[in-house]
Design a protein around this ligand. Structure first.
Ligand SMILES: [Fe+2]
Length: 184
């Protein structure tokens, strides 16, 4: 079998937002991303589903986007409760610690709390929540990034094997053997 085409980056990651303007304020004015598109639809494309929604795209420096759906016809307040960062979070990158600190100050000057920086060894990060309950991390690679990640790459197959053996029984009890099948 031929190798698949190389995936070169994230085109967009998309989330639900409460309100397009509230979200634009945060991503454009607080984080400095450009609003590249804000497209209103009166039904779901390619279907006769009558939900109205807006799809809004914020441009990142490398050509990718963070995108949102503002869909009041099916939105619920609980969609916008703060989500556990293990369930979902997004980390946006800036270059260098000076840029990270300047971004933190800029965010705080808009009345948003921004915790950190926290030193994770390979990156340093600041954290906040967007208006939709999504945790946003601003991170910068440390000078040790390549060295640390190159080492991690060499040990990761074994690390996964050891971890999954250690936690297998707990997961089988939780999910069942079938759900853990590779093609489930
Ligand atoms: Fe992260």
């Amino acid at each position: 079998m031929n190798a698949p085409a190389k995936i070169t980056g994230v085109n967009h990651a998309a989330y639900r937002c409460r309100d397009a303007e509230q979200t634009r304020w945060f991503y454009e004015e607080v984080l400095g991303l450009k609003t590249k598109a804000a497209i209103a639809f009166d039904h779901i494309s390619g279907t006769d589903d009558p939900r109205r929604y807006m799809h809004i795209f914020f441009e990142l420096g490398n050509g990718g986007f963070v995108a949102f759906f503002d869909s009041p016809d099916d939105a619920k307040p609980e969609h916008f409760e703060r989500k556990d960062s293990f369930d979902v979070h997004i980390a946006l990158e800036v270059e260098g610690e000076e840029a990270l600190l300047a971004m933190q100050e800029h965010i705080q000057s808009h009345g948003k709390s921004c915790l950190g920086p926290i030193d994770h060894g390979f990156v340093k990060s600041c954290y906040m929540y967007d208006p939709n309950g999504l945790q946003v991390e601003i991170s910068t690679k440390t000078p040790e990034f390549e060295e640390i990640m190159d080492h991690e790459e060499t040990i990761s197959p074994e690390e996964i094997q050891v971890w999954c053996e250690k936690t297998r029984a707990q997961k089988v009890a939780l999910f069942g053997e079938e759900a853990l099948d590779k093609r489930a």
